[in-house]
Ligand binder design. Sequence first.
Ligand SMILES: Nc1ncnc2c1ncn2[C@@H]1O[C@H](COP(=O)(O)OP(=O)(O)OP(=O)(O)O)[C@@H](O)[C@H]1O
Length: 383
Amino acid sequence: MTETKRDLENAGSNLIPEPKKGLLTSFLTGEAMEIPEKYLYGKCRRVAEFEKLNRIGEGTYGIVYRAKDTQNGQIVALKKMRMDRERDGMPVSGIREINILLSCRHQNIVRLHEVAVGSSLTSIFLCMEYCEQDLASLLDNMNSAFSESEIKCIMQQLFMGLDYMHKRYIVHRDLKVSNLLLTDTGILKIADFGLARKINAPECPMTPNVVTLWYRAPELLFQSKTHTTAIDMWAAGCILGELLLHKPLLPGRSELNQIEIIIDLLGTPNTAIWPEFANLPMLENITLKSQPYNNLKPKFSSLSNAGLRLLNFLFMYDPKKRATASECLQSTYFKEEPLPVDPHLMPTFPQHRNLKNGNGESSTVTNLLGAFSDLRELVSPSI
Ligand SMILES: Nc1ncnc2c1ncn2[C@@H]1O[C@H](COP(=O)(O)OP(=O)(O)OP(=O)(O)O)[C@@H](O)[C@H]1O
């Protein structure tokens, strides 16, 4: 068990042990230097000031805990950064996530309160506002589907968050229902910015292996080297479809199968609707099946014309023609009956994640934050 894990699973005590003095490697000589404790944590608080309540989630980049700030009683979410494979300090995904979250302030983007450290500087925690639900566990556990007014409320908030991010050239790159959180006051929060990137230009070269398969845009599947904020809009279309159907819309089993089921739903792409299509690398290796029909209408048979127009706009093969978040917010779908419900009138739900994990494993975590530059200096050297 690593030292940091011990911090979190420290049975018998609800407080994390006091950190030791740290050893940093000198940048100049390469020798280990003992750092006085008062300089060790920069302006960041220590994790020992939080009481761990229960584990609420685990993803690729970290474990998430519900915890109480013992200074003010506030309930927060603490995401412990995974350092397993890191030799040289913090993983780049963690640095990106912190930088981007610190630069965002919007009701529909999860708020990063601060960054905290455990007993060694390789144990880093993001301290975020706590949200009672995530849409994935909610969809898995709710007895009846969301009403259309509730779906509109969720989607409108998603588009508001995306509009804010995209206007700042931030692409999330991993939108899916498990990364959408919902508070007990009906506010949707976009979370998990571990794959997010700030793009310098409207089109920026990036690795195509991002976005969970079921939500992955065709330009990524066809291995386009540049992608844009439009990849988030495709994922938003998949999320709208999933909320309406109460099951994943495009649950591919492999990349090829994902392409196949997209074609089954939307028809085969061609250069008439997507001029850059013919030059995409993936097409050198595969022949696409021919399917001439767009099947959105039969698939969503009870959806209004405005709803279908919105879905079609989100599922434009050509990313340049795909709807932007601000265009989606103007959609007639949100202006026609049934109107979006006011977020405060959204129903509340039992907190399944806490019920499942409510074993009250005790432990705590420390605090950090302050100037992030302090953090970057401190976490890289070996301790
Ligand atoms: N602020 C929060 N409030 C409540 N629950 C949260 C919060 N942040 C994350 N969670 C829960 O923890 C889960 C995992 O968090 P997150 O997606 O940030 O981790 P990850 O390792 O980056 O995941 P992934 O493998 O999806 O990339 C979420 O699905 C959600 O259930």
